[in-house]
Write a protein that binds this ligand. Structure first.
Ligand code: AMP
Ligand code: MN
Ligand code: MN
Ligand code: MN
Length: 292
């Protein structure tokens, strides 16, 4: 059963491999009725996605996935239903992209020291939008024979502590939440099971996120196994956070992480969309159909 809601996806405006139009078309093919496009630190794909969504008849939630720092670690904060014209949000994202570019140059320098020349320009060839991600470096490393696949490129070169790793200070988590709220959106902690935190640290993160104005957490995620879903369903209830679900789609190459192919939302959760008004009759029909 496809999920009618998929609230986390990437296009080639960040580190996905296909256009915003292609993301929307595939979501519709897979039975998604409400799709959020949440590119990393950029909203450039939303206008194109909106046009495609109007054409294929699904609801597009304007979103973004913000790179943030909490307790010296990187966490990702998804903003849903943000006003992409909001000046404060866009100023924040622009600052993050400048930080990203500084980091990308540093990754290039460090890879050169490890014997891999031209990585910054090489990675640029894979970027179709304004941000350079480690994913673009990974594709360059794979295609130049330095790693067998993307996962190995991270393991060997780009992951924390590896030769091409450049530490970065993103925006503090609380300011990422502030930008989202100022732009009228709802802040959701992305793929919590991916953070290497102890149980106690995870509780601190959730408590501080909520304190900062965060409203939701991804309970169902393309990055989560069944145990993770159960665990974060319980934590969402305990911390009175709404539950979100999203594939974290990056393109058709990663076949097991497809749009709308998600585990069901646990019944005890309050979905992040519980108070959204269905804007289109079409969307109501599709959601009803998917409940079968
Ligand atoms: P960045 O935001 O530039 O540091 O890059 C982070 C992105 O790299 C994430 O959004 C993922 O898409 C991707 N990524 C991170 N770790 C891995 C990994 N181990 N294997 C494959 N992709 C990864
Ligand atoms: Mn990514
Ligand atoms: Mn992420
Ligand atoms: Mn993502």
């Amino acid at each position: 059963m496809p999920s009618a809601y998929d609230l986390h996806s990437h296009s080639d405006r960040s580190d996905g491999t296909v256009s915003p139009t292609a993301v929307v078309e595939r979501a519709a093919e897979n039975g998604v009725a409400v799709l959020a496009l949440t590119d990393h630190d950029v909203t450039d794909g939303i206008a194109e996605a909106q046009t495609a969504a109007d054409r294929v008849g699904i609801d597009l939630v304007p979103g973004v996935e913000i790179s943030a720092t909490w307790d010296g670690r990187t966490v990702h904060i998804v903003g849903l239903n943000v006003d992409i014209a909001h000046a404060g949000l866009q100023a924040g994202l622009a600052a993050l992209r400048a930080e990203r570019d500084k980091r990308a140059r540093e990754i290039g320098v460090r890879l050169a020291r490890a014997g891999i020349a031209g990585a910054y320009d090489g990675a640029r060839q894979y970027a179709h939008g304004p941000i350079l991600s480690r994913t673009h470096f990974a594709r360059f490393l794979v295609d130049t024979g330095r790693a067998g696949d993307i996962g190995r490129a991270f393991k060997r070169y780009l992951g924390k502590g590896r030769p091409g790793y450049a530490p970065t200070q993103w925006t503090p988590m609380a300011s990422a939440v502030d930008w989202i709220r100022a732009a009228g959106g709802r802040a959701v902690l992305a793929h919590p099971a991916r953070y290497p935190l102890s149980a106690g640290q995870m509780r601190s993160l959730l408590a501080e996120f909520r304190e900062a104005g965060g409203e939701g957490v991804e309970v169902v995620s393309g990055s989560h196994g069944p145990g993770d879903t159960d665990r974060f369903a319980r934590l969402a209830r305990e911390f009175e956070l709404l539950a979100s679900c999203g594939s974290d789609y990056h393109g058709p190459e990663i076949a097991w992480r497809d749009l709308g192919r998600l585990a069901p939302m646990p019944a005890e959760c309050t979905p992040v969309w519980h108070d959204w008004s269905p804007a289109q009759a079409n969307r109501r029909d599709m959601i009803a159909a998917s409940k079968g």
